[in-house]
Design a protein around this ligand. Structure first.
Ligand SMILES: [Zn+2]
Ligand SMILES: [Zn+2]
Ligand SMILES: [Zn+2]
Ligand SMILES: [Zn+2]
Length: 646
């Protein structure tokens, strides 16, 4: 996992150190950022003589124990083994089988100094000590807040023989970095070391924190860290669900970055991973593969979620993966909405959400595979002639892309993944997304916040919708053949500018184009049920009055050759996929609660592309060349977590 560690200076690595040199109490250095960091009063190096104010260029901070230090000290410590003679040890994050003593006591508090108690002391239950503290003492404690806690911790992690007098300075209050309980230092010192009553219980995240003793490093070759429970966890206890968190740092206008820093402090830094490449996801999964009840949380948009689900599909057999919850950082967040994790990220709710992962319910989610196959051109053009009866529609039509020779289109001729769990769409919807991505690649400086991104996206959609609205009579039939479960349904895409294959009941940032009433039956309350019934009724009436009578195509008005006699509720684990079409006006109307034109509910789809066309799969747009067939088939299921409704 060396790629997750960024080189800042030749001798200093940033991020969680997974190299062989890592020590259980190694720090997790991050660039010091005075905005997001806790206020630092002084450098943690014991004999630091640099008096300048801590600033970003000269300092790094530890993401786990929050000490701040001048970069020079770390680089200048010649013997890394002796580093803890100069720098306080960090909160232990794993245990080393080569050095660990079998009889070592686990679950110690890990203290950091705080200037005053915000909550009553866990021991004497008071905020202030009864004994008077002299002014002089108070001043000493605030100017050297780190050292006295370090002294206690040094005994705990059992690696040091401190003689430096700085460690003996006093500070009045302590807070545990695992459980966040706090106490007076004097109160703590009168408790005997071995008193089990005062062991750390890991606080409100006790069900998801990976205890350091569960991560064991074996000195076999290659040296590796493996997670497994020690005999401290009862086999029958299912409420303990250690969590692996994957974070996309750049998702949600870089909210990922601040979540990363926050979780390094709150959980064990070795359970937090940045999404970088397939290998780093696989290594994370392999470290935790033997830890019972492990769950996963993905902080990112639909694209990040799809990415991790894909790697899970490669590494775990169907329904055998650690179940996945979502912290929604994208713009659409459709799967997150369906599973109850919310439509957008809220910093306030992050912690509540983490606690809810433990009692969320694992449910299966269908995943779908796409395969490509070349088509012979003569065949297909002949079919188009027959199907449309009018070949001229090919010559005169609105354009999905202005210039097909843009480098970003040419580089996107095939998707990175071949599986999807949310949707696969063809035509207008994909054209807008492809254009948006192309603009973002060419000029990233304009796309700096989720709000700006949304505005740019809306302006691109408006341009496309305006143009396609003028072409109501034109549709996708000259572009493709649609075959569902072996039935040729090309005729039913009349008037459609977008074709969507939808696996989940939410699409395009929370719309329900298949049917609100049918899709979310299980989750809606009676009131919302009535409202959705009404919207479905309006949907039918509006379509009837606004558009030609053959416009509506559903269970009430069957005109296609392939009749859907009974439309079933959309279900994410029924091994069926829903196929529907939208014209440019419907693409806007679905956001007001209307639905699209239902075409089929089937277990196999084949789309034969006669002309090149933009395609959009789970947040990833690409541009497929002409004369290609796409076969969509069911590809097993993956376990996801549905939040318990309270
Ligand atoms: Zn210093
Ligand atoms: Zn640290
Ligand atoms: Zn504690
Ligand atoms: Zn006390």
């Amino acid at each position: 996992m060396s790629s997750s560690v960024m080189k800042l200076e030749p001798a200093l690595q940033l991020g969680v150190d997974w190299s062989d040199r890592a020590h259980p109490t190694s720090h997790c250095w991050l660039s010091y950022c005075s905005k997001t960091s806790l206020p630092a009063s002084r450098c943690a190096y014991l004999s630091c003589t640099i008096s300048e104010i801590m600033n970003m260029e000269t300092c790094v901070e530890c993401g786990s124990c929050t000490i701040v230090i001048h970069i020079d000290h770390i680089i200048n410590v010649e013997n890394v083994a002796n580093i803890h003679n100069y720098i306080p040890p960090c909160r232990p994050s794993f245990s080393d089988t080569a050095t660990a003593d079998d009889h070592i006591e686990h679950d110690h508090h890990y203290w950091s100094s705080i200037s005053k108690l915000l909550k009553p002391c866990m021991l004497c239950k008071r905020k202030t000590l009864l004994r008077m503290v002299t002014k002089d003492n108070t001043r000493t404690s605030t100017s050297a807040p780190l050292t006295s806690a370090s002294h206690i911790n040094a005994k705990t992690v059992n690696i040091l023989k401190y003689s430096n007098k700085d460690f003996l300075k006093t500070s009045s209050s302590l807070q545990c970095l695992w459980c966040f309980k706090s106490c007076h230092k004097q109160c703590w010192e009168i408790i005997s070391d071995g008193n089990k009553q005062y062991k750390c219980d890991y606080g409100k995240f006790k069900n998801i924190i990976v205890h350091p003793q569960w991560l064991q490093r074996f000195s076999s070759h290659p040296v590796r860290i493996c997670a497994r429970f020690c005999d401290d966890v009862d086999e029958s206890n299912t409420s303990v669900t250690p969590l692996i968190v994957f974070i996309n740092k750049i998702s949600g206008g870089r909210k990922g970055e601040s979540i990363y820093r926050r979780l390094l402090r709150l959980l064990n830094p070795r359970q937090i991973f940045l999404l970088e490449n397939n290998d780093n996801i696989k290594q994370a999964l392999s470290i935790y593969s033997s830890l019972r009840n492990t769950r996963i949380s993905i902080c990112g948009g639909d694209g990040s979620v799809g990415w991790v689900l894909n790697v899970l599909a490669e590494t775990c057999s169907s329904l055998n993966n650690p179940p996945v919850s979502i912290c929604p950082l994208g713009t659409g967040n459709d799967l997150s909405r369906v599973l109850g994790w919310g439509r957008c990220y809220s910093a306030k709710q992050l912690l509540t959400m983490l606690q809810q992962v433990s009692d969320a319910q694992p449910i299966p989610l269908d995943r779908w595979q796409i395969t490509f196959e070349p088509l012979t051109i003569s065949d297909t053009t002949e079919r188009v002639r027959n199907a449309c009866g009018c070949f001229c529609s090919l010559l005169d039509h609105p354009k999905f892309v202005d210039q097909t020779n843009r480098p970003s289109y040419q580089n996107h001729q095939a998707p990175l993944n071949t599986r999807f769990t949310n949707y696969l769409s063809f035509g207008l919807d994909a054209a807008v997304v492809l254009d948006f991505h192309d603009k973002r690649i060419r000029d990233p400086s304009r796309f700096t916040s989720p709000f700006k991104n949304k505005l740019i996206y809306l302006s691109i959609s408006r341009t496309y919708f305006r143009e396609f609205a003028l072409w109501r009579a034109w549709d996708l039939r000259p572009y493709m053949r649609l075959i569902c479960d072996g039935n040729d349904l090309t005729d039913s895409i009349r008037h459609c500018h977008t074709i969507v294959l939808l696996n989940i009941p939410s699409y395009g940032s929370g719309t329900h184009p298949w049917s609100r009433r049918l899709s979310s039956k299980a989750l809606t309350t009676p009131n919302r049920q009535n409202q959705s019934d009404r919207l479905d009724q309006i949907s039918r009436n509006t379509s009837d009055s606004m558009f030609p009578s053959d416009y509506v195509h559903d269970e009430y008005d069957q005109t296609g050759s392939y009749a859907i006699n009974s439309i079933r509720r959309q279900d994410i684990s029924d091994q069926k996929i829903e196929v529907f079409g939208l014209d440019s006006i419907q693409m806007a109307l679905i956001h007001a609660g209307f639905r699209g034109r239902r075409i089929a509910q089937c277990s196999e789809v084949r789309i034969e592309l006669i002309r090149s066309m933009p395609v959009h799969m789970d947040g990833e747009p690409f541009y497929l060349p002409e004369s290609i067939a796409i076969n969509v088939t069911h590809a097993g299921q993956v376990l996801v977590l549905r939040k318990q409704q309270r």
